[in-house]
Design a protein around this ligand. Structure first.
Ligand code: HEC
Length: 143
């Protein structure tokens, strides 16, 4: 390689770097790395728990709140106020969201959730997306 060619190579590399920086800057950060296409079910669920009042009462990190934490909830054994124990499978979680007063978790207030999330105020699809998101928190310790 002649010194002229090396110089040319260095210049074009710098140009490519500058162009890459410009693209990531105007993409607002997330768009530059996110794969194209519609959000996944889990991403929709994560967005919904923020758009709805869920996080007023629930935490996603095991912390306590007016309602049970979502962390470690999926697949766990939940004690209900009637003394029975159920497994928090997808069907149970979906029912808890669509019909909050159908079953009440022991130690928590019946009717509190439905005061802000009336029965069937979410669609089955929205509930399924939230359940998919809660499933991703199954491995976290519950508080
Ligand atoms: C005003 C407070 C409040 C809000 C807002 C709220 N919840 Fe709840 N949630 C509770 C309480 C209290 C319980 C436990 C009593 C019961 O089972 O109803 C509960 C129970 C649940 C359960 C069952 C938890 C378990 O340990 O078995 C799920 C799942 C759930 N909520 C999801 C949601 C989602 C999703 C939203 C948002 C769309 C939401 N909640 C909004 C208070 C709330």
């Amino acid at each position: 390689m002649t010194s002229k060619a090396v110089l040319h190579h260095a210049r074009s590399t710098r140009w490519i770097l500058a162009a890459a920086l410009a693209v990531s800057a105007c993409g607002g950060g997330s768009h530059a790395t996110a794969p194209p296409g519609p959000p996944s079910l889990v991403e929709q669920g994560a967005g919904l728990v923020q758009a709805k009042p869920c996080l007023v009462c629930h935490t996603t990190n095991g912390g306590s709140g007016a309602g049970p934490t979502f962390a470690g909830l999926a697949g766990s054994q939940v004690k209900l106020s009637d003394g029975s124990t159920v497994t928090a499978d997808d069907a149970y979680l979906e029912r808890s969201i669509l019909d909050p007063d159908a079953q009440t978790v022991a130690g928590f207030r019946k009717g509190l959730m439905s005061s802000l999330v009336p029965p069937h105020s979410l669609t089955t699809r929205q509930a399924a997306a939230i359940v998919a998101y809660i499933d991703t928190l199954a491995g976290r310790p519950s508080g």
